[in-house]
Design a protein around this ligand. Sequence first.
Ligand code: SF4
Length: 426
Amino acid sequence: MGQAGNDLSVKELIVKYPDYPRITIIKLDTAYRGVQVTAAAVAQAEQDGAIFRAPEAKEDDKGEGELVFGGAQFRDGSIVRGLEDSISVKKYHLQRIGNPYTLDIVDGKAWLLDGEKKVEPVFFTPVPQFYGKTTSRGIPMNKVVRGSSNVLGINVYNYCYFWKHKLACQYCGSVQNFTTKNETHTEASLQDIYETVNEALKEQGRWTSFAFIVGSDPQGERPYDREVEEIIKVSRTLQRVFGKRPFPLRLISSAVPQDQLLRYRDAGVTAIEPHLEVWDKQLFNIICPGKAKFFGWDYWVNNAIAGVEVFGRGNVCSQFVCGAELSQPHGFKDEEAALRSNFEGAAFFARHGVTTSANILRLAQGSLFYAQKQKHPSLEYVIRLTKGLHDIRRQYHLGVDCNDFKRCGIHPDTDLARLFNHEVEV
Ligand code: SF4
């Protein structure tokens, strides 16, 4: 088996870390190397309902208009990464390492292959049943809510002030997503969400939570006021859907003062994620200049901690971008020092009831890191970091319930938490 920028091969890492799930290591490697999908696999995906072709597709539609691929999952339910630029129409490029894997059909079944060698069976993820339907005013529902394997994602505020003002986080390649629109929700757009979520819920047994996607916007009389108001509008809409029934609503957004968090809670939010991204203060200032300016490392840390009083232990999460702290020339020069810094941050947060997860660094076109040709950290570094974060959470009896859904993302430590919690062996 090949490797992705590390000294040890995937095979060697699987032997060296026997308590780290083999499938999670392979998943990480697919993220780094990418996966090519053969024509036979595309045909099978189509047959399995994993491909959606929008009837209203336009040539200039760079989003989900023309074709949506539901993706594929391993047998532990986690997502096969590295498919982002495989058959998608999105013009989105990620820097890959080494030779890509192949997703092909062997003896009638879908397999992840490394060269000719079968690595793991995979299963296509059907696109949501509400795709292809429209709201009462004719808006395609797949444009209103995004359904991944198990989460309904709602674009709440497609605008990041940091991108617009050249203060973007250095690893962020979301320029197209967060600079094109600066629109606030109207009664009509909220009704679209209401109708789409109602339709999505007809697909019973699939969805485990909602995730809000929100760009950072510090504008307003109080910090991030504008963003707060949009979040509340959309969460109130979900309350309209569910009535008095509780529902899991996880919010990735900016850090806001506690009285605003109380408003979130009243509007149905159950967990918040004001991501710090980088623990080391000096590196945070360099890598996240927008967050540093509005309103600094202490502000983001203190407001995360204040969130625990509102949402409870384990329902506030700060994410680290695993590998950003190794970017050069300012980042850590050796991985041991970088690990120490991350663990110090995770333990600090854990003492205050804030859980920490790690999203692995992806070098996406459009980001400063991509232009600078930064490197991915080694797979072994990712394994050690995510295992360490998992151990800290266990030490402090912190779960990641609010993040368990991340089997759809690249959060290997939350995979560990899920597997540990359910005592699944893979
Ligand atoms: S990662 Fe940073 S720059 Fe990118 S959308 Fe989020 S806050 Fe804005």
